[in-house]
Design a protein. Structure first.
Lengths: 66, 262
């Protein structure tokens, strides 16, 4: 797995963990199955994209500019 | 240019426990549904009386009207080990029969627990009825906390809902940290942040240019050869020493070497 893929995976899990933590801390109520899955899926996608792009950008910035 | 497959410290299977435990945290409440709260409710013989409509039902949670807790931000708090006295008060007149009052907890679309109590007449007319339920989170408190949606309902004897109202309760552990789920989630948060940071760092490290092959260390040698011509005096053999660096000084080497012996 590439570094960007690994970072995206970590970001997706981070998104799920953060949503569950916000529920535990009382900011979000995971009541219905639809809203719960929606929140978790959106958080996972956003986390994965953010961290994947961050890793990709970091690799690109460190690469030599011809 | 294809991106290289970067080997680094994070193995893909390390994410499996994180996902598994997160899924377990989601499913755990459903498995504990029979444990939490008052088990199965109390099956009193229903005190039924006629009513055409249930008017003005109010539900209080430890004396506080639950109608003010209609959103997670205005949820009623309950502490660990605390028991809440939920009281239904309503009036009835003519044709509808109310058999039970119930309160249920909803989480992820599932009903975690349901507690029931039969109403008793306390006055009238119109008939005023009260149903009380002592509710507690039970052992589920050790695993979970957070905001949960409760549904208070008045049920007819055949089980159909006559009236219902939803409200939110914040089951709160002291310092917000005495729930097992919070501890596990915080550990995962730190671990995933570390893994993500290390993955980004590895991406940066492995994207360094392969310039070690393009620029060999022999770049500085061409400036050295100008000294040997006069000292050695053996022109044709080897001016700058041995090896490939001797190709560097040809401009000065042959000129001085050719004139030296003569």
């Amino acid at each position: 797995m590439s570094a960007a893929g690994s970072a995206a995976g970590s970001g997706a899990v981070l998104g799920i963990v953060i949503v569950l933590l916000t529920q535990q801390f009382g900011f979000v109520a995971l009541t219905s199955i639809f809203t719960s899955v929606l929140y978790l899926a959106v958080a996972a996608i956003v986390g994965g994209v953010v961290f994947g792009v961050a890793a990709r950008m970091a690799g690109r910035r460190a690469a030599p500019s011809p | 240019m294809t991106r290289p497959s970067v080997p680094h410290g994070r193995k893909w299977w390390l994410a499996v426990p994180a996902v598994a435990v997160s899924a377990a945290l989601l499913v755990l409440p459903a498995l504990s549904a029979t444990v939490a709260g008052e088990p199965g409710g109390v099956s009193h013989p229903s005190l039924s009386f006629a009513a055409s409509s249930v008017t003005g039902p109010t539900v209080t949670w430890n004396g506080k009207d639950v109608s003010g807790a209609s959103s997670p931000s205005s949820a009623i708090s309950i502490q660990k080990g605390q028991t809440a006295l939920v009281q239904f008060t309503f009036d009835e007149s003519s044709a509808t029969t109310v058999g039970n009052a119930s309160i249920s907890v909803n989480y992820l679309g599932l009903v975690l627990t349901t507690s029931k109590a039969s109403p008793r007449v306390v006055g009238g007319p119109p008939i005023a009825a009260v149903a009380t339920i002592n509710w507690s989170f039970g052992p589920l408190y050790d695993a979970l906390e957070g905001v949960f949606e409760f549904t208070a309902s008045l049920l007819s004897p055949n089980g159909s809902t006559v009236w219902s109202e939803s409200f939110y309760v914040f089951a709160q552990a002291p310092y917000l940290l005495e729930s097992g789920a919070v501890i596990i989630l915080l550990v995962f948060l730190v671990l995933e942040l570390y893994w993500a940071a290390s993955a980004i760092r590895d991406a940066r490290r492995h994207a360094q240019p392969p310039q070690s092959k393009a620029v060999p260390p022999s770049a500085g040698t061409p400036t050295e050869p100008p000294t040997p011509p006069s000292s050695s005096g053996q022109g044709p053999t080897d001016a700058g020493g041995t090896g490939p660096s001797s190709t560097g000084p040809p401009p000065s080497g042959p000129a001085s070497g050719g004139g030296g012996p003569t």
